[in-house]
Unconditional design. Sequence first.
Lengths: 231, 312
Amino acid sequence: MRLGLVIDLDVCVGCHACAIACKEWNASGTIGPLSDYQPYGAEPSGVWFNRIRHYEMDEYPNNKTVNFPMSCMHCEDADCVTVCPTGASYKRAEDGIVLIDQDKCMGCNYCSWACPYGARELDRSSGTMKKCTLCVDRIYDQELPVEERQPSCVLTCPAHARMFGDFDDPDSAVSRTVRERGGFPLMPELNYNPTNTYLPPRRKPVIPVETQPKGGLKESIKQFANKLVRR
Amino acid sequence: MHPAFSVIFFTVASGAGFGLFSLLFIADTFKLGGGFTPTQLIIGGIVALGLIMFGLLSSTFHLANPKNAWRAFSRFRTSWLSREGVFAVVFMPLALVYLASIWFDAPQWLRETFGFMAAVLAWITVFSTGMIYACLKTIRQWNTPLVPANYLALGYASGSLLLLLGAVIVGLDTTPYIAMAALIVSIAAVLKAIYYFWIRSPGLTPTINTATGLTRAKVKLLDTGHTHGTFLTQEFGFQIARQKAGLLKVVVFVLGFALPGLMLVWVFNQQGGQAAAIVAALAGITGAAVERWLFFAEARHVVNLYHGAQRC
C-alpha cells in the first residue's frame, strides 16, 4: 500500500478548513500537542501540519488565483528519514506513511533541512520535530464508521478538493483521478518521489473585457441613432 | 539558512582540533624542525582534543531535546550526522593510545600505527562534517563536493597555524612549519575562491514553477497564509544582502588567508616571532568562523520558493 492525498487545485477555495481540522484532530492525537506560541498575543505562531498558501498564475486578464494546501508528501525516497541520526524518523513499510517517534527525536532540525516541502516543524515546547501523520490514528480505527476512516483534512474539506487513497492500486479512486486529470508531483526534479499528487487548475476561457465598439457600418448607424433618440 | 552560533563554533573548533592533531602526527613522524619533545607533543595533543571536545559539546547546544543525543550514534548506515559522531568517538581512543605511547615511550611501530589511524580518522571525521551539508539536495549552495573539500582545507589550515604557533613557542626550526602552513592556507584560499565562484550561478535548480507544478505561466505569491513567522521562516527565511555577503567574502580572504600569509613572512624573517604567530593563528581561526557564518547565511533552502522566491 502507498497511502497519500490528491489535492485538486482547481477546486480548492483556500478556506484553511483542512488546516483547522488537522490542528483540531492532531492536537490530541498520537503526536500531539501541536503547541501554539502567543496564540492571543501580538505575534501568534505555532506548529501546523498543513499550511495553505495562495499564488497568482499569469497576468491580467489571463490570471488565476491558485490556493495551495501543503502537508507531508510521504515521499517514496524520503531524505528526511535517511538523514535522521537517531532513527526517530521512519517510513512504514506497510503503507508508506512517514512518521516521527517522539521518544527518540533529539530536535536537531536536520530532517527539516532535508525536506524540500517544508512539511516538518519543530515544536519548541517539546523540543521534538512534528509532521503530518496522515491521521494514522484515524484511518485504521475500527471504532469509527468505515466512511470516516480518512484523514481529518479530507473529511472536513467543504469543496471536496482533497482525496485519500492507495496509489499502489491502479483502480483506486485516487489513481484513476490522477490518470484522468493529469495529476503531478511537486518538485519532481529533486527525485524524492512524493506520494501526494496535485491536480492542475482547469484552463478557463478568457472573459472578454473590451468595451470599445467594434466599428463598421452597422455600429456607426447604431451610434448615430442613439445620438438622435433622446431617452 | 539561519546561522546557529553553536554549529559555527562546533565546526570551526573541531575542524581546527582534528587538523592540529593529524599535522602533529606528521610533525612527530618526520621530526620536523628538530621534532617536539614528548611533553610538548602531549600538550599539543591535549590542546587538539580539547578543541574537538569543546566543539562536540557546543554542537549539542543547538539540539532542542539534548537528552536523546546519545541516540545519534545509531543510524551510522544512512546518516552523515550519525557517521560524524561515530567517527569522532572512534577517533578519541586511537588518539589517546597514540599520546599514551608517546608518554610511556612505547615501541615505534605502536606509536606510528595508532598515530596514523588517528590521523586518518580525523580526516574522515572532518569529511563527514562537510558531507552533513553536502548531501542535502534542498540547498544548492551546499550540494557540491567543494563543501567537504572546504571543510577539510579550512580545518587543516587552522590546525597548521596552531602547530606553527607551537613550534615558535618551543623554539623549533620554523621553516618546515612555515612551508606546511603556507601550502595548506593557500590551498584553502583557492578552494574557497572556487566555491564562491561556483555558487554564483544558479544552474539547473528548482523554481517557483516546478515547486508549485504550475509551469504554464509566471507564478507569484499572493499570501503566505500565516499571520506571523513560522518555524519555516525562522529556520530558512534568513537572507543576507548581496553587498554584505560580498564584503564578508573580502573579510574571509583578508583575515583568513592574506593576514596569516603575511604573518608567515614575518615569522620567516624572524620579525615579531611569537606575536606574529599568535596573530596568524587568531586571524586564521576568526576568518574560518566568518567563512562558516557566511556558509550558512548564503545558503537558500528550496522551501523559500513556497514563500515567494522565484529561484533559490
